[in-house]
Design a protein around this ligand. Structure first.
Ligand code: SAH
Length: 248
């Protein structure tokens, strides 16, 4: 059970595996006015940057769960580096169906709502781990502009345009699920670039060092096509944000 290798190659330099910069992650942590000792569960935590930096900056404690052995190892190293290894821990495993043993104050799924089969299922999954009055964080893409056709949607890594809503539509969906949206921090084109453009140098360096690897041809093709495709489509059409929710 592991994340396919191409993902860890693309994002080998990333601490945040989504279109947020360190600044935006810090803005979100500040906006939530977290009390020291806040207990956090982060499903699909990636390299653990949310938990580690919020433990350092706000004194939160908690657990991250992720299916990537490489990312979990980096999350543990980051916790040690920031001196918070006594406050945060990381579990390698499938986050689908994962429920905290004790109710937490904040449950998050940032950029991985497929673990619950979509937004609604992930909200339900997180709800099983939280106390009353807890915060929930959902990181999710949305259409900044509707793509004109299927080709454009696919170039945005979305199979069909109907798979995403607008930002307003997503916020309304949270309302229909019985939640108030109490905060949000949104990506922008420059934070998207830090996520996507940073992948290209990772891939190029890797390709130069591993020209005979089984993935080399795929990586070569991606390097030749992904930058223009990204500039034409995803950067223009896809928004992304983290929405903070509280049950009504
Ligand atoms: N929340 C992190 C990572 C987002 S990227 C961040 O914002 O940086 C998506 C993550 O989901 C990856 O780390 C990937 O390994 C993880 N993932 C994918 N499927 C998963 C599953 N079934 N269970 C746990 N983690 C999963």
């Amino acid at each position: 059970m592991d994340l396919p290798r191409i993902f860890t190659l693309r994002e080998s330099s990333h601490r945040i595996h989504n279109p947020f910069t360190a600044d935006k992650l810090a803005v979100l942590g500040g906006a939530l006015r977290l009390e020291p000792g806040t207990r956090v569960l982060d499903l699909a935590c990636g390299s653990g940057e949310l938990l580690c930096t919020w433990a350092r900056d706000h004194g939160v404690t908690g657990t991250g769960v992720d299916i990537s052995t490489a990312f979990v190892a980096r999350a543990r190293a980051r916790a040690a580096e920031l001196g918070v290894a006594d406050r945060v821990g990381f579990v390698h495993g499938d986050a689908a169906g994962h429920v905290a043993p004790e109710p937490v104050d904040l449950a998050a799924c940032v950029g991985a709502t497929w673990i619950g089969g979509g937004v609604a299922g992930t909200v339900e999954l997180l709800a099983r781990s939280v106390r009353r009055g807890a915060l929930m964080l959902i990181g999710e893409p949305y259409w900044r502009r509707e793509p004109p056709d299927r080709e454009a949607a696919e170039a945005c890594h979305v199979g069909d345009a109907s798979e995403l809503r607008s930002a307003a539509g997503l916020i309304e969906q949270f309302g229909e699920l019985g939640y108030d949206v109490v905060e949000m921090v949104l990506a922008d084109e420059e934070s998207w670039d830090r996520y996507r453009a940073a992948q290209w140098l990772n891939l190029r360096r890797w390709l130069d060092a591993h020209p005979d690897d089984a993935l080399a041809a795929e990586v070569r093709h991606e390097l030749a096509t992904a930058p223009a495709r990204y500039a034409r489509y995803e950067r223009e059409y896809v928004g992304w944000g983290v929405f903070a929710l509280m049950a009504r």
